[in-house]
Design a protein around this ligand. Structure first.
Ligand SMILES: Cc1cc2nc3c(=O)[nH]c(=O)nc-3n(C[C@H](O)[C@H](O)[C@H](O)COP(=O)(O)OP(=O)(O)OC[C@H]3O[C@@H](n4cnc5c(N)ncnc54)[C@H](O)[C@@H]3O)c2cc1C
Length: 382
């Protein structure tokens, strides 16, 4: 058993961290968040670094990295803020991964180089006003009409939709079949009949979420990704990877909270001593460090299994639940350490608090994932 990162992984992590320290300082991210401005400039630099091509083959302009390195990258991005995650992760973990793994050669040749270079993003349209955890309830539909698909329906909570060039839409193509009657379609955002409405200020303000209405939206039959009626296979194929990344993002946000709390507790004095010298405070810092380390180890294990092609759904669910909750718990503890100043935006915790909540319910809510974990135990497969 070898727990060590390879030399390449260590070097990659160092480069990514240095990149964010240089290109995405906390003050710049706070300013983008306050002014609700999409991080276009930083995104372009992330693309030039190769991050947007992390799940794209070199043949199609990407810079593919292994599963553990993907975790390292996600941790570093989340450490500086979820706005940058929201800008990129749906594109690389769903959009391009779906096209890379399930798309036609034509789709790969057209879309992947655009995304790798940072010229295009792909927003993910799964949720609907009435559909969250249960994708089998999707009502948006696509009907074959005169050699095209015609899409009607409504999607909700779509991160960065207006800033994307394409929408990855899960729509019903076979009525009455639950999750098995869905197809994945790629819809350019400027297609007639697509209209978007920004949902009011939410957690990551620089990358807003949108409601999207599809009214008689026509796309060619070739817009389907993978097999018609088998959209659920794409989601099942990609969701474990997304869950591992969510666990890694929880680790990143937890690490950010620990860094802030430790620095503050060394500097802040009460009763004539640094507050870190009070046992109650040092216990909180110690607990943060312990949980972050355990969550990090679990996400790396799940990522390693995925990279080896071994079964990993159970481990991905554990990594996601534990990592996301470590993130939010560490932010909460960090806020206790900073007390009054935790609410000031210049210390960063107030933003991390808003941003990290999504990790607990995105990619499958933690309640649903706990059910899945127990199901594996009952079936004797874990
Ligand atoms: C900031 C933000 C960004 C988002 N970005 C996107 C995006 O880009 N694209 C997209 O498609 N969606 C996106 N979402 C939606 C997100 O994926 C959903 O919020 C998530 O799937 C949960 O759905 P819901 O909020 O409707 O909760 P619901 O599904 O209504 O769940 C409500 C509660 O019921 C529980 N519950 C439901 N079913 C079960 C069950 N079987 N067992 C146990 N408990 C259960 C849940 O755990 C939860 O506690 C985003 C949401 C937010 C807030």
């Amino acid at each position: 058993m070898d727990f060590a990162l390879s030399d390449d992984q260590v070097a990659y992590q160092k480069d990514v961290r240095a990149f964010f320290e240089r290109e995405a300082p906390a003050e710049v991210l706070a300013e983008l968040d306050d002014s609700e401005t999409f991080p276009h400039e930083i995104y372009a630099k992330m693309a030039a670094f190769g991050m947007t091509g992390a799940t794209i083959s070199a043949e199609h302009g990407g810079k593919p990295i292994d599963q553990v390195s993907l975790c390292l990258m996600a941790e570093e991005i989340a450490r500086v803020g979820n706005n940058l995650c929201g800008a990129m992760i749906p594109t690389i973990m769903f959009g391009t991964s779906a096209i890379q793994e399930f798309g036609t050669e034509e789709q790969r040749a057209q879309i992947l180089p655009e995304v790798a270079s940072g010229r295009a993003r792909i927003a993910m349209c799964l949720s609907e006003p009435g559909v969250g955890a249960d994708l089998g309830g999707i009502e948006s539909n696509a009907v074959r009409t005169g050699g095209d698909w015609v899409i009607n329906g409504q999607k909700f909570y779509v991160t960065g939709a207006a800033e994307a060039r394409y929408l990855f839409v899960l729509a019903r193509t076979e009525p009455g079949k639950g999750a098995r009657g869905l197809s994945a379609l790629l819809v350019p955002t400027d297609t007639p009949g697509v209209s978007m409405q920004r949902i009011k200020k939410s957690m990551s303000r620089a990358v807003p979420i949108y409601q999207i209405d599809f009214q008689d939206v026509r796309v060619p039959l070739a817009a389907v990704i993978g097999e018609e009626g088998k959209g659920h296979r794409i989601i099942y194929g990609l969701i474990d990877g997304e869950r591992i990344i969510l666990g890694a993002k929880g680790v990143g946000v937890g690490q950010a909270a620990l860094d802030i709390a430790l620095a503050y507790s060394l500097e802040r004095k009460q009763f004539g001593q640094p507050i870190l010298d009070f046992q109650a405070v040092s216990q909180m810092i110690g607990d943060m460090a312990i949980e972050i380390e355990v969550a990090r180890t679990m996400t790396h294990k799940a990522a390693w299994l995925r990279g080896e092609g071994a079964p990993h759904s159970h481990e991905a669910a554990i990594a996601k639940v534990f990592g996301s909750e470590v993130g939010t718990k560490c932010v909460a503890r960090g806020m206790r350490v900073l007390a009054g100043r935790s609410l000031f935006s210049d210390y960063g915790l107030e933003r991390l608090n808003r941003e990290s909540r999504i990790y607990e319910f995105g990619g499958g809510t933690n309640e649903v994932l706990r059910e899945l974990i127990v199901r594996s135990l009952r079936a004797g497969v874990a």
